[in-house]
Design a binder for this molecule. Structure first.
Ligand code: ADP
Ligand code: MG
Length: 217
């Protein structure tokens, strides 16, 4: 079955889920696979993905800003997104690339509404304003119990960001908000059990993309 007509020749694919769920591992593997199939791939991330947006990322994730208000956090995330869409994502989609993005709008809903408790309607409409009509064709939600994710993070080198450092109930609310979104938009979302092996998850991603017509059967 071929997907319905999209507003651009490229494909916009996002990876969502809590920290430690395996987004980066899967995104990199998929990028390598698609490149082998001679597709042009742009790997990017949020917050970030453009010079200005990466500068905002530094600010918003800096553990030193421990008194950042949730509304300030939301505005910074959305400022980063607006520039990312304008400068990186939309031009790549218009040029026919496959854009693989590590977190996007669903993360705003999950973290700033689910996690922080900001008003749902405000978060949704402000994201839509920042995204300017740029909506993923497909979203992979790597779903993992926050305790298991924490264990993986402990084994992974690197710093803990201001948001990762939140306590367990925060991460549970984030997970629940993601699952609520996936239920609401079953066509766009594929929920993947992130406790499975890297290879099994990879196979599921390939199958979903083949069904969607991103690459040949
Ligand atoms: N399916 C998996 N099973 C076991 N460990 C995994 C799996 N996927 C990723 N990991 C490991 O878990 C850690 C977090 O993975 P990563 O891709 O960095 O997660 P994220 O980008 O979602 O924070 C890494 O050390 C990675 O090697
Ligand atoms: Mg990552």
């Amino acid at each position: 079955m071929r997907a319905k007509a999209r507003p651009w020749p490229g494909w916009f694919i996002t990876f969502e889920g809590g920290d430690g769920a395996g987004k980066t591992v899967q995104l990199r593997a998929l990028a390598a696979f698609l490149r082998k199939s001679h597709m042009t791939v742009v790997e990017t991330r949020e917050p970030g993905g453009s010079r200005l947006s990466e500068a905002v990322r530094e600010l918003v994730l800096d553990a030193d800003h421990d008194n950042m208000s949730p509304r300030a956090e939301l505005f910074l995330m959305l400022a980063a997104r607006a520039q990312h869409v304008e400068e990186t994502i939309r031009p790549a989609l218009d040029a026919g690339s496959v854009v693989l993005c590590d977190r996007y709008g669903d993360a705003t809903y999950a973290y700033q509404h689910g996690g922080r408790g900001l008003d749902k309607g405000a978060v949704v409409s402000m994201h839509e304003f920042a995204a300017d009509g740029c909506k993923p064709d497909m979203t992979f939600l790597l779903d993992l119990d926050p305790q298991a994710a924490k264990g993986r993070m402990a084994a992974r080198p690197g710093q803990t960001t201001r948001i990762d450092a939140e306590k367990a109930p925060f991460h549970t609310r984030v997970r629940d908000a993601y699952l609520e979104l996936a239920k609401r938009e079953p066509k766009r979302f594929r929920v993947l059990d992130a406790s499975r092996s890297v290879g099994i998850i990879q196979d599921r991603i390939h199958t979903a993309l083949r069904q969607q017509g991103v690459f040949g059967r």
